[in-house]
Design a binder for this molecule. Structure first.
Ligand code: NAD
Length: 372
C-alpha cells in the first residue's frame, strides 16, 4: 500500500511528521512524501528519508497513492488526477463543500473528513478540531497581546498604576476555554459569553466571569454543539453583551454552529462603542465571522480598532500543530489499517462511519446528504 503525504499549499503545517511516518513504514506501508512537505513545520526532506519515506512530486502522489493525507481540500483539477478507489484523509468541512464531495464520490474516492469525527471519549485522541482549536485559542490571546497598545497584567509602578486589560471571550468551546486560560495567565480580567449554560462552571473555574442570558435554545440533542437561537434570545444576548463590548480592550470571538454561517454577535453599533486601540480577533471568520467588520484572512483597522479575521491560527504554530494533528491522524489510521499495513474499512465502527463522507461512488454521510 502506498500512502502519500502532500505539501499544504497555503498552510505551514504538514499532516504527518517524519517520526510519525516511521510508525507506518514499520507496518510495511510505502510512504511517499511530497518534496518540501514538512519544511515549514521544521521537518526537512532528509528527515523523512531517514525514516524510510521516499520523496515524490505532487502529481506522482495524486496519481498513484492508495491513501493520501492532506489537511485542506484538493482542487477540482487535482481530484481529476486521483486514482479511482483511493482514500483521502483530511479536514474538508464537507457541509460547506458538498459539490467537491460529489466530485470525489463520482471518482470513486473514499473520503474521511476528520472534522466530522464524533465528539466521544473514544474519539478524543483523533479529534483534530480539538487539538487545533486549542492552539488557535492560545495563539489568539498572544497575538491580541502583541497587537494591543496596552499591558495585560495590572502594574503598580513609581510612574503610576496600570489597570489589568479587560478581555471578552465569546464562545467557550475548546478554543475559547484555552483563550480564557491564556488571558488569565497573562493577568487579564476576563468575561465570557456562551449559549450553552453547561460551560458556566468551566468558565468560572478558570477565574473568568460568565455573562448569563436566560432562555437559550435547548442544545441537548446537538452532540455538545450550539444550535441556532431565537430572535428574542439574540436580542437579549446583544443587550447583555453591549456593556461588556464597550469596556473591553480585547475581544476574542469563537462562536460557531456546525454546518451553518457563524452568528453575528457584535453589530456595527456595538463595535463602534469600543475604544480606539482595542483589538478584536475573530476565529469564526471563515464561516462569516461573529463581528460586523470582520474580513476573513485579513487584519483591518476600523475606527482605530484592530480587527483580525483568522480561522486558521493553528497554522501559525506549525511545529506543535503538526505534531498534534499528525498524532490524531496516526490514531485514526490505526482504525482503518491492519498491523500488516492493509486497508480494512469497518463501517460498524462509529468513528469510521461518522467521518466517512464518500464511499463506493456515493455520499454516505447523512449530515452531508441532508445539507444540500
Ligand atoms: P465550536 O467551535 O462549534 O463553537 C465554539 C463555541 O461557541 C461553543 O462553545 C458554542 O456553544 C459557542 N457558541 C455558538 N453560538 C454561540 C452564540 N450565539 N453565542 C455565544 N456562543 C456561541 O465548539 P467546539 O470547541 O468544537 O466544542 C463543541 C462542543 O464539543 C463542546 O461542548 C465541547 O465541550 C465538546 N467537545 C467534546 C469532545 C469530546 O468529548 N471528545 C471533544 C471536543 C469538544
Amino acid at each position: 500500500m502506498i500512502l502519500g503525504i502532500l505539501n499544504e499549499t497555503n498552510d505551514k503545517r504538514v499532516s504527518l511528521l517524519p517520526e510519525q511516518a516511521e510508525v507506518l513504514t514499520k507496518q510495511a506501508i510505502t510512504v511517499w512524501t511530497e518534496l518540501g512537505a514538512g519544511i515549514q513545520a521544521f521537518a526537512d526532506d532528509n528527515n523523512y528519508v531517514a525514516k524510510n519515506a521516499s520523496l515524490k512530486a505532487r502529481a506522482e502522489i495524486l496519481q498513484q497513492a492508495d491513501l493520501i493525507l492532506t489537511i485542506h481540500p484538493l482542487s477540482s483539477e487535482e481530484i481529476m488526477q486521483l486514482k479511482s478507489g483511493a482514500i483521502l484523509v483530511g479536514v474538508f468541512q464537507p457541509l460547506f463543500h458538498v459539490a467537491l464531495m460529489k466530485q470525489l464520490a463520482s471518482k470513486m474516492i473514499t473520503v474521511f473528513s476528520l472534522d466530522m469525527i464524533p465528539r466521544t471519549t473514544r474519539a478524543q485522541s483523533m479529534d483534530v478540531l480539538s487539538s487545533q482549536a486549542n492552539i488557535a485559542g492560545y495563539r489568539a490571546v498572544l497575538l491580541a497581546a502583541t497587537l494591543s497598545p496596552r499591558y495585560f497584567p495590572m502594574f503598580m509602578t513609581a510612574a503610576g498604576s496600570i489597570p489589568p486589560a479587560k478581555v471578552l471571550i465569546i464562545g467557550a468551546g475548546v478554543a475559547g476555554l484555552q483563550a480564557i486560560a491564556t488571558a488569565r495567565r497573562l493577568g487579564a480580567v476576563v468575561e465570557v459569553s456562551d449559549t450553552r449554560p453547561a460551560v458556566k462552571e468551566e468558565v468560572m473555574s478558570l477565574g473568568a466571569k460568565f455573562i448569563e442570558v436566560e432562555g437559550a435554545a435547548d442544545a441537548s440533542k446537538a452532540g455538545g454543539y450550539a444550535v441556532e437561537q431565537s430572535e428574542e434570545y439574540k436580542q437579549r444576548q446583544q443587550e447583555r453583551l453591549a456593556a461588556s463590548v464597550a469596556k473591553s480592550d480585547i475581544i476574542i470571538t469563537t462562536a460557531q454552529i456546525p454546518g451553518k454561517k457563524a452568528p453575528l454577535l457584535i453589530n456595527e453599533t456595538m463595535l463602534n462603542s469600543m475604544r480606539p486601540g482595542s483589538v478584536v480577533i475573530d476565529l469564526a471568520a471563515a464561516t462569516g465571522g461573529n463581528v460586523f467588520a470582520t474580513q476573513n484572512n485579513a487584519t483591518i483597522m476600523h475606527h482605530g480598532i484592530t480587527i483580525m479575521g483568522n480561522s486558521n491560527l493553528a497554522a501559525d504554530m506549525p511545529w506543535d500543530a503538526s505534531k498534534l494533528y499528525g498524532k490524531n491522524v496516526l490514531n485514526f489510521l490505526q482504525l482503518i489499517i491492519t498491523k500488516e499495513g492493509n486497508i480494512t474499512l469497518n463501517f460498524e465502527d462509529d468513528i469510521v462511519k461518522g467521518c466517512c463522507i464518500t464511499h463506493g461512488g456515493s455520499i454516505v454521510n447523512e449530515r452531508v446528504m441532508n445539507s444540500e
